[in-house]
Every structure is written in C-alpha cells, then in structure tokens.
Design a protein around this ligand. Structure first.
Ligand SMILES: Nc1ncnc2c1ncn2[C@@H]1O[C@H](COP(=O)(O)OP(=O)(O)OP(=O)(O)O)[C@@H](O)[C@H]1O
Ligand SMILES: [Mg+2]
Length: 374
C-alpha cells in the first residue's frame, strides 16, 4: 500500500482524506495544530511546521508521495525529497513558480498566456512611480491568501494602501465574470478538465460569495477558458491538480488571474455534482489510476459558510436543520472548533437541473444558515 503525505491539515486535506478512505492508501498529515480539520481522518498525524525544512523533510522521507493543500510550504525540503525519489504533487518547480505572484505573472508573460499587464514593485517608494499605470491591483508576491495581500489602487491617494514588500501591480481588468477551471494532470501528462465555474466574489470581503457550475457562458468563452487552463498546466510541466482562476472582461476576452497547484474551493461542488470529484481525481493521479470522469451529473451551486460578523469562539451552526430539509442540499462542516468573522467554516452544495432554482436556493441557504457561537 502506498504511503502518501499531505502538507497542511485544513479543510482541503480533510476532504481529500474523506475520499482516501475508498482507496488502498496509507495517509499522513503534517500540521502544527493537532486539532485541525484533517487531524482525525488520517492514518498518521505528525505535529510540525509545514514551512520548516526539517519538519517537512523528516515527514516526507519515508513516503512514496506527498501533496499539499496550501502553497506556503517548505519547497526546499520538497526538492530534496523529490531528488531522493519521493513523488511530489505538484512538482516543487511548479510550486515555486506559483507561490510567488511575481514569478507567476512572469511565467504567464514568458509563455504568452493571456494575463493582465503588470509591473513589479519592491516597495511603496517604487509603487509611487507607477501612477500612470493606475487603476491597478497591487498583490503581495509571497504569503497572501483569500484576498489578504490584494489591494485595489485606483488613484494616487490609494498608494499608501499598497504593500511595502515585493509585489506585482496588475492593470485593473473590467471584470464581467470570474471563472475557475480545474484541471488534473497525471504522471504521463494526460489531462482531465472540468467545466468552468462561475465565481461570484463578495466585494467587501474580497472572498468567494457563491459559485455556479457549469458557468453560464457561451461555448466560445468556455473554449477560450479551457485552452488557457490547458496551456497553464502544460507549461507548468507538473502532474497534480490545478485550479486556474480566470477573468472575462467586457469584450469577452479571457485572462488568467492566478493558478492554485492543488484542490481548490472552486471545485468543491464536484463532490456531489460530478462523477469524479477533484479529490477523487487527485488520488487517481497520485496512485497512478486512470483519470476520472469530469462530467457533471447535475448543475450545482456552492455557498461558503463563513463565520458571521461579531462572533468569535466555539462554533455553532444556526439553521442547519432548516437547510437540511431540502432534498438537494448537502452540508460540509469543516470541523474547526473556533469561528471568527469571515473564517471559512464549511460549505453547502445545492444540486438542481434548473439554474434559476439553484440561485433561489443559494439565497435561501445564505439567509437560513449562520455560523455563530454557542
Ligand atoms: N487585475 C485585476 N483586475 C481586477 N480585479 C482583480 C484583479 N486581480 C484581482 N482582482 C480581484 O481581486 C480578487 C482576489 O485576487 P486574487 O485571486 O489574485 O487574490 P487571492 O488573495 O489569491 O484571493 P483568493 O485566495 O480568494 O483567490 C479577484 O478574485 C478579483 O475579484
Ligand atoms: Mg484568487
């Protein structure tokens, strides 16, 4: 039986482990918090720091393969493990490119993959030199996630809100739609691609509000999106699972926003809505089984369950019974002990053949279910 490790023990690791139970695999998790969402679903839990060389190296050295559920891991340790024969999904070289938004944007440019224009800024003083480039979006090179580390800079007055560390300043795209595409790549370089997902972003939290899959887009846009997503994974030259976030602008041009080299929030519907979920697919890649069937069984919507404003402490899920009365609603609670405002505590998947009905139920779920304390 293959021994496979996951760096990070959050909800992505948890959902990956839920599927691992169906396969002949022995699972290992490395994470600092022994009460994290994935801690109790793996065969072996190791308490340690995923950004620390020794912790990652020691964790990985007896394993057949290792994967990540977050980008901020010690990639030098992964490189060493890879050189010693441990399979790493994604390859450390791909991780390195993606992890730093500066390198990531440069990668799109070098490979002629359509992405908004950008300049690199080392600090605020450099940012001030790019007033002509505004309106733009400033993004921290390393360490940003879930919208933190992203700042809109419309005018000269906004410059002080920018980052005083190495960052990219991207031209503002007039976004008509945000899409995401999940692509799997196996060791042979074969790919499997899912339908585009419509990602609707909460403008205040800068975080995903809800998503619909398949996206409501023309065939032409779907085709452009698929071509770009396949270009990205081909040029990254790595097996694994990748989520490519895209923008569609007012002229229906499609741009890459960013890529995640791992399972992703935009693919959670696939647990119920597609024949092979993104988690199932990643196990097929790691365990060298045939790639799964990405086709939709039914259209789906996803609502993220975020900690409600004003509540910090032991989580309580208000309205669970009400939403579970619907026969097409599926609740995923991530098992985080404490809630805080905006924290991702779970998600709800709604399945329905009719898109209008899906949207109605999105509103219903958003109005009935709250993560508070209790
Ligand atoms: N060049 C751009 N033009 C217009 N809007 C943008 C641009 N870049 C980012 N945004 C907006 O900011 C959001 C967050 O940006 P991005 O995806 O790069 O950050 P992130 O921190 O990785 O967020 P997440 O983890 O939620 O994906 C995007 O989903 C989009 O709504
Ligand atoms: Mg993003």
């Amino acid at each position: 039986m293959k021994k496979v490790g996951i760096l990070g023990g959050g909800q992505l690791g948890r959902m990956l482990l839920q599927v691992a139970a169906n396969y002949p695999v022995e699972t290992f998790v490395l994470e600092n918090d022994s009460n994290c969402p994935a801690a109790h679903l793996c065969d072996h839990f190791t308490k340690g720091n995923i950004t620390n060389f020794d912790d990652v190296y020691n964790f990985g050295k007896g394993l057949d393969a290792i994967t990540i559920e977050i980008e901020s891991v010690n990639e030098a340790a992964l490189e060493k493990l890879e050189s010693e024969g441990v399979k790493v999904y994604p390859k450390p070289s791909a991780l390195k490119t993606i992890k730093d938004k500066i390198l990531q944007k440069q990668f799109y440019k070098d490979n002629h993959i359509k992405s908004s224009d950008f300049v690199i800024t080392k600090n605020l003083a450099e940012l001030e030199k790019h007033i002509d480039f505004l309106p733009a979006v400033h993004k921290v090179g390393m360490g940003g996630y879930d919208g933190r580390g992203v700042q809109v800079i419309r005018t000269k007055d906004d410059i002080k809100k920018g980052f005083d560390v190495p960052s990219v300043l991207e031209k503002m795209v007039v976004i008509k739609k945000e899409l995401a595409v999940i692509v799997a790549v196996n060791d042979k370089g074969e790919t499997a691609i899912y339908d585009c997902v419509d990602m609707v972003v909460d403008p205040e939290l800068n975080l995903l509000d809800y998503q619909i899959s398949p996206a409501d887009i023309s065939e032409a846009i779907a085709k452009k999106a698929a071509i770009i997503a396949l270009q990205v994974v081909t040029k990254l030259k790595s097996p694994g699972i990748f989520a490519v976030e895209l923008f569609v602008d007012k002229d229906d041009e499609v741009f890459v926003n960013e890529t995640a080299p791992r399972v992703h929030n935009s693919g959670h519907h696939s647990i119920e809505a597609n024949y092979s979920s993104q988690f199932d697919m990643l196990w097929r890649v790691i365990l060298s089984y045939p790639l799964g069937n990405t086709a939709h069984i039914l259209p789906a919507a996803i609502v993220n369950l975020l900690g409600a404003e004003g509540y910090t402490g032991m989580a309580y899920y208000e309205g669970l019974e009400e939403v579970l009365e619907s026969d097409n609603v599926f609740v995923h609670i991530y098992g985080k002990v404490e809630t805080k405002p905006g924290r991702k505590m779970g998600h709800v998947t709604i399945l329905h053949k009719d898109k209008e009905e899906l949207l109605k139920q999105v509103t219903l779920v958003k109005n009935s279910l709250r993560v508070i304390t209790g």
